[in-house]
Design a protein around this ligand. Structure first.
Ligand SMILES: *Cc1c(COP(=O)(O)O)cnc(C)c1O
Length: 342
């Protein structure tokens, strides 16, 4: 498959904006090129548009070269940029197995891209045949989310691999929750599959949701296309600095993940004993999907006690289901106590 042929023609031909910081590379002491304010405030200079220092740290952590990394303002940015790079508005379409993360559909809708929704199986795994049948000459991207949100399970590796081989377009594997599983990331498969794009984020395991740092891993060619169309300074200087600082604290991240995992085991066990709970689905993430007796009623009762969970009962295959994030031990105890009375 020639990935270049999948890219929209106007994007291939695009001459990107070249910022002042793009054009000058080297050492200098007087910067009069970017219309910045010369008086120091810690924030008066534009940040590195290519986030090189941050990418080097991510490259170390993920064992992938800097040329295969794109950093977005949250994962939502690469999702949108991928659609804009590969999908012609009013003509092309994407495939989204459902239920899953809502931003793929919203991004497609914003860009006037058709969506083919294909249900996951009863166990929230991929229906490879149905996905294959849903594809057409205009289908450019397949969005897979593993571990999947809101169901919490990893998708079968052999099914993802089968689709990477057979799908005639870009396969995005969103691994926002990868740090909560032992299953290997697809990042190490980039050399095998030129149509693979892996998304990760610093918002979950790394605890940086407020900084808005989304990671995208792909072939050098796909990364170069994303770099061409991104807003020049898409990651603020503060986000770059803080993310680097926190990415050096790997032990802290691991401690947090371990605490969340042991709380997950405890929460699942306790939820399973409650009257209001019908079923707790297995989870490979930092949340659990729980089928309850009357999702709306329980959602509202919890809200009245100041506890907010996510009502997913209107979502395909998720009748009467709430999605509950694993909190601290105290927060989880508060939740269990409130649910005991319902
Ligand atoms: C939370 C989440 C993200 C992360 O989004 P950010 O914009 O990076 O905060 C991405 N994908 C999925 C499936 C998620 O659940």
């Amino acid at each position: 498959m020639e990935i270049e042929k999948l890219v929209r023609k106007n994007i291939l031909a695009l001459k990107p904006y070249s910022s002042a910081r793009d054009e000058f590379k080297g050492d200098a002491s007087v910067f009069l090129d970017a219309n910045e304010n010369p008086f120091p405030s810690a924030f008066n200079r534009y940040p590195d548009p290519h986030q090189l220092v941050l990418k080097k740290r991510i490259s170390e952590l993920k064992k992938i070269s800097v040329q295969n990394i794109f950093i977005g303002n949250g994962s939502d940015e690469p999702i949108d940029l991928l659609i804009r790079a590969f999908c012609e508005p009013g003509q092309d379409e994407v495939i989204i197995p459902q239920p899953t993360y809502g931003m793929y559909q919203v991004s497609a809708d914003i860009n006037n891209i058709g969506v083919k929704s294909v249900p996951l199986t009863a166990h929230f795994d991929l229906d490879v045949d149905a996905i294959t049948k849903a594809g057409s000459i205009n289908t450019k991207i397949l969005f897979l989310c593993s571990p999947n949100n809101p169901s919490g399970n990893v998708l079968a590796t052999d099914k993802i691999e089968a689709l990477l081989k057979s799908f005639k377009g870009i396969v995005v594997v969103d691994e926002a929750y990868i740090d909560f599983v032992t299953a290997p990331s697809f990042v190490q498969q980039l050399a095998t599959y030129p149509n693979l794009v892996v998304l990760q984020t610093l918002s979950k395991a790394w605890g940086m949701a407020a900084l808005r740092v989304g990671l995208c891993f792909a072939s050098e060619f796909i990364i170069s296309v994303l770099n061409k169309i991104k807003p020049p300074y898409n990651l603020s200087g503060i986000a770059q600095e803080k993310a680097l600082e926190l990415l050096l604290q790997e032990d802290r991240k691991n401690q947090n993940v371990n605490a969340i995992l042991s709380e997950r085991t405890r929460l699942i066990q306790q939820l399973s004993t409650l009257n209001a709970v019908i079923k707790v689905f297995p989870s490979d993430a930092n949340f659990v999907l729980v089928k309850v007796k009357g999702a709306k009623r329980i959602y509202n009762a919890l809200m009245n006690s100041g506890i907010i969970v996510r009502d997913r009962s209107n979502v395909l295959l998720c009748d009467d289901c709430l999605r509950i994030t694993i909190g601290t031990a105290i927060e989880n105890d508060t939740l269990i106590k409130a649910l005991t009375t319902l």
